[in-house]
Design a protein. Structure first.
Length: 252
């Protein structure tokens, strides 16, 4: 009868698999699947599962001693029975996408035998968030993308100086999209990184305000228009700052 264990990690604590006391030598093993790509998954579909395989290439029998996912969103299932020379064993792992839109970058460590031999499986993929999660973390609708804010407040900025700010964006669709921005102010420099977003990808709109090109002391509000290439929906974002003179800056 096969012996199996679940390995879960949550909040930095380990739930260690309990072995049944094999006195086996460590072997030379090979991980057949060092990378696993979940591809594009939807948060609303819940947990997804993948597998990796380890083959025993050595002359001695070995076994899977422990499997440790890198965080509590990932679980693992494995068999601890002896792995004879030439045999292959399977390690299964799950990823929970709930509340985690964006890219997946996790690891699963597989510890073999009684020595220090181990393998690392790297998990990748992209999660397209549910409507509820996206509206909570990126509340501003903008066609197939969503924005973290509709107002970017740079607060107090000295006259004849500059300041950077960032606006977070996410692709909430199953399409690859290219966010676009437009403004008419010489005081603004804006760029989108990355230029295209795959499904579930998170990006930023980098904004630089150069007050040398503003002729106002006090509050300024500069409009920035954001849309997604191919969409008819356009969203206005306000870049707000309070320009202060050098004497005001020294006084404070």
């Amino acid at each position: 009868m096969k012996t199996s264990h679940m390995a879960l990690r949550c909040a930095g604590l380990s739930v260690m698999a309990l072995l049944t006391g094999y006195a086996l030598a460590g072997g030379e093993t090979r991980l057949i699947d060092p990378e696993y790509d979940f591809g594009i998954i939807r948060e609303r579909d819940g947990r997804v599962t993948g597998t990796a395989h380890v083959v025993n290439l050595g002359p001695d029998t070995t076994y899977v001693r422990d499997v440790r996912p890198s965080c509590g969103c990932t679980g693992a299932y494995y068999i601890t029975d002896p792995l004879a020379p030439g045999d292959t064993t399977e390690v299964s792992f799950t990823y929970n996408p709930i509340g985690r839109p964006g890219t997946i970058s996790k690891t699963v460590k597989i510890y073999m035998g009684d020595g220090d031999e181990r393998h690392i499986v790297r998990l990748t993929g992209r999660v397209v968030g549910s409507a509820e999660t996206l509206s909570r973390n990126y509340p501003v609708e903008c066609g197939r993308i969503r924005l973290s804010n509709s107002v970017v407040d740079m607060e107090r900025v000295a006259e004849n100086s500059g300041r950077h700010a960032f606006l977070r964006i996410i692709n909430g669709s199953l399409d690859t999209v290219a966010p676009q921005v437009h403004h008419d102010s010489r005081a603004l420099s804006v760029d989108v990184t990355p230029a295209t977003l795959l499904p579930g990808d998170v990006g930023t709109i980098g904004i630089y305000l150069n007050t040398k090109f503003t002729d106002t002391i006090g509050r300024v509000e500069l409009p920035l228009r954001v849309w997604c290439d191919g969409d008819s929906v356009q969203t206005d974002v306000s870049i707000v700052a309070h320009i202060i003179s050098p004497t005001d800056s020294v006084a404070q």
